[in-house]
Write a protein that binds this ligand. Structure first.
Ligand SMILES: [Zn+2]
Length: 175
């Protein structure tokens, strides 16, 4: 290997204090840039929601889903829906639309902790965990409940509300 006199001379001219000073400066710049980068990924809305949760488990970056307008979201524009919920929800609608002529919607899915308390939801509600939705359709009644429950079971739901528990909807979650 050939090394030019220029390169040898340059490496010999480095002194330890110069290297340490450069390293400390680089660390400061990186640390500063890193914290600024993380903050810029979170909207004010997301940071406000994250403060209602355990911040270690629920950082603001977690709240990226758009939320179905409904009770309990406290006008937040983003929320959190688990992967199991989203695929289960899609399977329920797929089944309902292929088997029955119904037009349905979800009255409430994710709720922030404060919004959930405001609407009288149970603490630790599956809605706060982003695993639940309240499904309904035009003319919701006990017969419609039976259709939704079959769809929910086929979609691998964790739990759903019993017939007659709610008159306006069936709660289905993928806990
Ligand atoms: Zn519910």
């Amino acid at each position: 290997m050939h090394m030019s006199p220029y390169n040898v001379g340059t490496s010999r001219n480095w002194n330890h204090w110069g290297v340490i000073t450069l390293a400390v400066c680089a660390l400061l710049v990186l640390t500063h840039c890193d914290s600024g980068f993380v903050n810029s990924q979170c909207t004010e809305d997301q940071e406000a929601i994250a403060k209602e949760y355990d911040s270690a488990e629920w950082p603001c970056e977690k709240f990226v889903d758009s939320v179905t307008p409904g009770d309990g979201t406290d006008n937040h524009s983003t929320g959190y829906l688990s992967g199991a919920y989203k695929s289960g929800r899609d399977a329920v609608w797929s089944y309902m639309s292929s088997e029955f002529d119904v037009s349905g919607w979800i009255g409430s899915d994710w709720r922030c902790p404060e919004g959930n308390t405001r609407v009288g939801g149970a603490s630790g509600s599956q809605h706060v965990q982003g695993t639940a939705g309240d499904f309904t359709a035009d003319g919701f009644d006990e017969t419609m409940w039976e259709k939704f429950e079959k769809a929910a079971i086929d979609a691998g739901r964790g739990w759903n509300s019993a017939k007659g528990r709610y008159t306006s909807h069936i709660h289905i979650d993928w806990r």
